[in-house]
Write a protein that binds this ligand. Structure first.
Ligand SMILES: [Zn+2]
Length: 845
């Protein structure tokens, strides 16, 4: 109890919660009708408070930067001195000049930008409350604050994930007791599926900073790159018994992080420690939260010249308004928000006090970005023969990150590294190729995203260890040590074919090699059009169509009510898709267009996915997002609570995402699914869900093909250093891991699941389990062993898991099929090259 009083006294001195400021800025308590910490504030009231104070204070400016999938506004509040707020646009432009993002020398005005992002994980809900307290403190002024705001522009994003936050706030309101119960086993401390960490599509927004698959990330990154702050903090929560975590971060650090960035993290950590020591609050640094994977709210800013940090308070979705901890104390919402508030203010203080140094080193960071890399690649080349469709997807990403690219006037020969063949080769750069020079403001980010192998100081990372874009996007790419600058900025697409039929029209065709082709297919099917795909390559009118191309023949669409030419022209323009008009059904080579080797696609396909309790929410979110956003094709979510009772005959395809199905896929259910497949259903199983089908009589999937293979693998698994120290245990566990590495698979591209790919495919190992190649069935993608690894960490004892292993397979069963994806091809929606293969499996005739 004594401790409680001390904390409250401290808060009233430090936070000014109840004190009316000189400027008469309304306090959160006055606006909300309750004191901060007494309830969770719904997002519309947070927005309301920001609107209110920005109207009251000349030191604040509210800006909207987008809208969530559920229609909530995304806002930031700029806070600085009155003079700075009046001069905000000039400060911004000058800052971009300092970064070399705009032409001209930036004027060293000693001004810095501190960006604070709260509540990216919806159920880590104390930080938005802390944002309200921080805003009030800054706008209420006082000597210290006034001094800080002279040289510092603070950007406050009170809630990066409003949909997730409101899901938590509403859920908590429904589930809390009238009398505060702090026992952690109570229902208000255990969220129901899917929890509120993620956004609408169940994505973790704190993995999406680089890939920008979600609308929240896309909108935010545009604003972020208009400001490029010197400091960025991402506020989080962790388990309710943990001490507070702040910078400096843990190893591994990415090798491109500068000494200054490392040093200043320590500076910031020491400043926070001062306040935490004063109050006897426990904290830790240098453990658990590393700086390696670029999709986080600490690493992305770091690779963009800032000091990027994660702060973690105890609590998360478990803590509610109060929870009993292991020491017998009660951790309250007020405690949680007070800690986050304290580090918020301390961050602004230490940044402002060191503004000159921060500015100097920021300018230095970007100056160095324009120097040639002494020991590494200086230019990346993406071949134009990847096709407009695939290159455009990359360009969209480069544009969002403001990475510059261009083309040459004439072709040029050089030597360099071939990503796909994993060796050095002579290269000819054509004038049509995409050229990305490393000497530019975004040099560090560019290198992090493209380099084939990211240097790992220590293997115990919190996340995947490979993400290189040429593999993730499946783009034929080269890199060279030579500095080669483009002659013209931007990228000119290959010219498109004129759709107007020169002779009598027989139909239209386009090839398949990108996910955007399946989007077009989806639109054609939803129009009710009949579309065919060729199972054998053919050449007609002198143009070759590899297996898997799409044909819309007028003879197939006699009953179609719309104007085919109009629709095809519209689609061709909308998707910048090169559609070829056909004037004859006769082929110069391969089957004619009327041949049975051109198979009709089902234009009324009912696709369902298992959804709800026991399903891994991120993975079903990826499937859902693919259908609604990438393909715009309806997906029926089938809740696990009633799945056992449904009539499967209403479905054509059922997707089983990763999940824990011990109680759902029992013997009866597997029998039922098997019968449905035998009658023509298609089952598509992903990742960890495979284990419920493996080594079962009904299905062909096995861990081992035979005894000999089992012995071979056991031999590979024999571990010589058996004796070990207790402290090293975690490391030994890592030895068996292959998580997050990239492997080059051998792909059967004559199988419809492999249509549109070369004879290889790079897979991101997302699952540790190994499955043997199918003895009865189609082994579409396989790896033969650890020699197929091209990038990323693999534990030294993990070879056994890659020995002759299945990656993508299909089992024919009666009139239907079972498709197995051992790795998740839709991982975080950034493994761009997996989307086509997954969609192929769905829309396969
Ligand atoms: Zn978090």
């Amino acid at each position: 109890m004594k401790k409680c009083i001390v904390v409250i006294l401290f808060i009233s001195l430090f936070l000014n919660f109840e004190i009316r400021s000189q400027d008469q800025i309304i306090s959160p308590a006055e606006f909300l009708g309750y004191n901060l910490g007494e309830a969770f504030t719904p997002h519309y009231k947070v927005t309301g408070y920001f609107e209110k104070v920005s109207g009251q204070s000349a030191r604040a400016e509210l800006r909207n930067y987008g809208e969530t999938y559920e229609g909530r506004p995304l806002n930031v509040l700029f806070i600085s001195s009155e003079e700075n707020i009046e001069n905000l646009e000039n400060i911004r432009l000058n800052n971009l000049r300092k970064a070399g993002e705009l032409p001209g020398e930036g004027n060293e005005d000693g001004k810095i930008i501190v960006w604070l992002s709260y509540n990216v994980h919806g159920d880590e809900a104390s930080s938005t409350e802390a944002a309200l307290a921080t805003v009030h403190k800054l706008l209420s002024g006082g000597d210290d604050v006034n001094r800080w705001l002279e040289n510092t522009v603070v950007i406050i994003d009170p809630c990066v994930n409003p949909d997730g936050r409101d899901r938590y706030v509403h859920w908590y309101k429904e589930n809390r007791s009238n009398i505060l119960l702090t026992n952690p086993i109570g229902t208000a401390h255990v969220q129901s599926w899917p929890g509120a960490r993620s956004n609408h599509y169940l994505f973790d927004l704190n993995r999406d900073w680089t890939w920008l698959s979600q609308v929240e990330s896309k909108s935010r990154i545009i604003l972020y790159n208009e400001w490029l702050p010197q400091i960025h903090v991402d506020f989080h929560e962790q388990s309710y018994n943990s001490p507070y975590y702040f910078a400096p971060a843990a190893q591994p650090y990415h090798s491109l992080i500068t000494e200054w960035q490392k040093e200043f993290q320590v500076e910031i950590g020491k400043n926070h420690a001062k306040y935490f020591n004063e109050n006897n609050w426990l904290y830790f640094t240098k453990e658990r939260f590393d700086l390696f994977y670029p999709g986080y709210g600490d690493t992305y800013p770091t690779f963009n010249g800032a000091i990027g940090m994660t702060y973690e308070q105890a609590g998360s979705g478990r803590a509610g308004l109060g929870i009993k901890t292991e020491t017998g104390d009660t951790l309250t919402l007020l405690d949680r928000l007070t800690h986050h508030y304290t580090t918020s203010i301390s961050t602004i203080e230490v940044s402002s006090d060191n503004a000159v140094d921060l500015e100097k080193n920021y300018i230095e960071f970007f100056k160095n970005a324009h120097k040639p890399v002494a020991d590494g690649f200086n230019t990346f080349i993406v071949k134009s023969r990847n096709g407009n469709k695939r290159i455009r997807k990359l360009i969209e990403l480069l544009d969002h990150h403001r990475i510059k690219y261009g083309q040459l006037n004439n072709s040029k020969s050089t030597k360099g590294f071939d990503f796909h063949m994993n060796r050095n080769v002579p290269i000819t750069i054509e004038s049509s190729d995409l050229l990305i020079p490393v000497q530019q403001a975004k040099s560090t980010l560019l290198r992090v995203l493209f380099e084939p192998v990211s240097t790992l100081v220590d293997s115990m990372t919190y996340d995947i260890t490979s993400w290189s874009i040429p593999y993730a996007f499946g783009l034929e790419t080269y890199a060279t040590d030579q500095v080669i600058n483009f002659n013209k900025e931007g990228f000119v697409d290959q010219p498109m074919t004129d759709l107007t039929p020169k002779e009598k029209s027989y139909g239209f065709a386009f090839t398949r090699n990108a996910i955007s082709d399946i989007r077009v297919l989806s639109e054609l099917l939803l129009h009710g059009m009949n579309v065919r795909t060729n199972y054998t390559a053919l050449t007609t009118q002198g143009i070759s169509f590899p297996a898997g191309s799409f044909f819309i023949l007028l003879g197939d669409n006699k009953n179609f009510k719309g104007n085919t030419l109009e629709i095809m022209t519209e689609i061709s323009e909308q998707y910048e898709l090169d559609i070829i008009p056909l004037s004859s059904g006769f082929s110069d080579d391969g089957p004619d267009l009327g041949s049975s080797k051109l198979k009709l696609l089902d234009n009324q396909l009912n696709v369902g996915v298992l959804y709800g309790e026991n399903v891994w929410s991120n993975n079903v979110g990826e499937v859902w997002h693919l259908f609604e956003q990438d393909l715009q094709y309806p997906l029926i979510r089938l809740n696990t609570s009633y799945f056992s009772g449904i009539n499967l005959n209403d479905m054509d395809v059922i997707i089983i995402p990763e999940g824990f199905y011990g109680s759902i896929l029992d013997e009866d259910q597997l029998k039922k699914l098997n019968n449905w497949v035998l009658n023509g259903g298609r089952l598509v199983v992903i990742g960890r869900a495979l284990r419920y089908f493996a080594d079962k009589d009904l299905f062909n999937l096995k861990q081992y093909l035979d005894e000999e293979e089992k012995e071979e693998i056991e031999k590979l698994q024999t571990d010589p250093d058996y004796l070990r120290k207790y402290a090293e245990d975690e490391r030994l566990y890592i030895k068996n891991k292959i998580y997050g590495g990239i492997y080059k698979t051998r792909l059967d591209n004559s199988h419809p699941i492999g249509f549109g790919y070369p004879e290889y495919y790079f897979t991101l190992k997302t699952v540790d389990n190994r499955y043997s190649v199918l003895d009865k069935g189609w082994n579409v993608a396989t790896i033969s062993g650890s020699q197929d690894k091209v990038s990323g960490f693999s534990g030294s004892s993990s070879q056994a898991k890659t020995y002759k292993a299945l990656i993508v397979g299909m089992e024919d069963k009666g009139a239907g099929e079972v498709v197995y994806f051992v790795d998740n091809p839709l991982f975080r929606s950034f493994w761009e090259n997996g989307k086509l293969m997954f969609s192929n499996a769905i829309f396969m005739p």
